[in-house]
Design a protein around this ligand. Structure first.
Ligand code: ZN
Length: 259
């Protein structure tokens, strides 16, 4: 698939309207074409913004009153000059409409967080890894000393790889994935019949961030920043056990140089 064909399909892809074969073809192209990948990311970001309720300014009753009395004042002036009346009223009304329309579209300073933008991508990556068994891991191994060096030269950072098999979360393997506009490490763990994807990427925050958990589309997601790395754990496993997993991983990670 070339760029032109991808751009034709990218809207449908972002809306999840494509059939599986077409969406996989779009994805494959985006894996090798940074321009199309960026076009898709921009589209995604724009859509999340447009759907965010917090971006809309609801005009207050005070503003309404202010506009109404401004209009009344215009009408009063017009009584003295009847010939101009309707023209002035129309001008005042359109000024008021423009004011309302403008205020409605002014974004609020605290829009969606980076996390809110990344979470849907985390879910999509997780689901895709389960859908295609061949794609679940690129390096199938329960040995962290095999998985960790496998990422050498494939990423511009070295992800910490833990294998808490004794605590009941054996490592299944690792693979390269894409998140928030960059290549990231994805580690796969198993708990009974449930798979856990742990995405690791360099953190944008210098400080550690405490873990935050969210539930979306039936999946539990836990996100935290530690020692300069950002972590996303996702699974259909119950929240308590996923928290247990996140805690085990966090405890095994070296203490933060920032704390
Ligand atoms: Zn392209």
């Amino acid at each position: 698939m070339d760029c032109e064909e991808t751009r034709d399909l990218i809207d449908g892809y972002a809306d999840r309207e494509l059939d599986l074969v077409s969406s996989l073809r779009v994805e494959r192209h985006m894996q090798v074409c940074e321009d199309c990948m960026r076009a898709h990311q921009n589209l995604q970001a724009l859509r999340s913004l447009m759907h965010d309720e917090s971006l809309y300014f609801r005009p207050s009753a005070g503003l309404r009153k202010h506009i109404t009395s401004a209009l009344r004042a215009e009408v009063k002036i017009d009584r003295r000059l009847p010939w101009a009346s309707w023209r002035w009223l129309a001008v005042a009304a359109s000024v008021a409409l423009v004011a309302i329309a403008t205020l409605t579209l002014i974004p609020r300073p605290n829009g969606p967080s980076a996390e809110e933008l990344v979470a849907p991508e985390v879910i999509a990556n997780h689901v895709r890894s389960l859908m295609e068994p061949n794609h679940r891991v690129d390096v199938p191994s329960s040995d962290q000393h095999t998985v960790k060096p496998w990422f050498n030269g494939k990423l511009d950072f070295s992800p910490p790889v833990e294998n808490p098999v004794d605590e009941g979360f054996p490592l299944v393997g690792g693979r390269l994935d894409y998140l928030g506009g960059r290549s990231v490490a994805a580690l796969v763990y198993q708990r009974r019949q449930h798979y856990i994807n742990l995405f690791i990427l360099p953190s944008k925050d210098a400080q550690d961030l405490a873990e935050k958990s969210v539930k979306r589309q039936g999946y539990n997601l836990i996100h935290w920043d530690k020692s300069g790395m950002e972590y996303w754990a996702i699974s259909d496993l119950n929240e308590a056990e996923l928290r247990q997993f996140a805690e085990i991983i966090q405890n095994r990670l070296s203490p933060s140089p920032w704390s």
